[in-house]
Design a protein around this ligand. Structure first.
Ligand SMILES: [Zn+2]
Length: 118
């Protein structure tokens, strides 16, 4: 059945961790574990497999930001490297933990919308 919902709406709902169909129920049961069905509308969102897309896209987003920062920090001799590089690593892990669930939710929203047809 063709859906009249715009693709961007489904992606934005997923980005907020909400069901791409209704925008009310939650996509995730845990940090990254998908709920089998939407708690609000019963949409079977657990069947949607994002696979390696979200981690790949997260690296694609963070890589161009973190690589130059790492380079600049390591070339800057004003601070001790044993302190700045672990701090940078912690920041990178934090950025991944912040971004990955949102990217996965957006992917699920996109995949759900693509399953609905044009
Ligand atoms: Zn729903």
């Amino acid at each position: 059945m063709p859906s009249s919902r715009p693709m961007l709406t489904s992606i934005l709902r997923g980005l907020r961790g909400r069901c791409p169909a209704c925008g009310q129920g939650r996509v995730f049961d845990g940090f990254l574990k998908q709920a089998p069905v939407c708690s609000h509308c019963g949409e079977p969102i657990g069947q949607i497999r994002a696979e390696d897309g979200p981690p790949w896209f997260t690296v694609l987003i963070l890589g161009p930001v973190l690589a130059p920062i790492t380079f600049l920090v390591s070339m800057n001799e004003s601070g001790p490297l044993w302190l700045s590089l672990p701090a940078l690593g912690t920041g990178a892990v934090g950025a991944v933990l912040l971004l990955l669930p949102r990217v996965k939710g957006a992917f699920i929203g996109l995949l759900w919308r693509m399953q609905q047809g044009a």
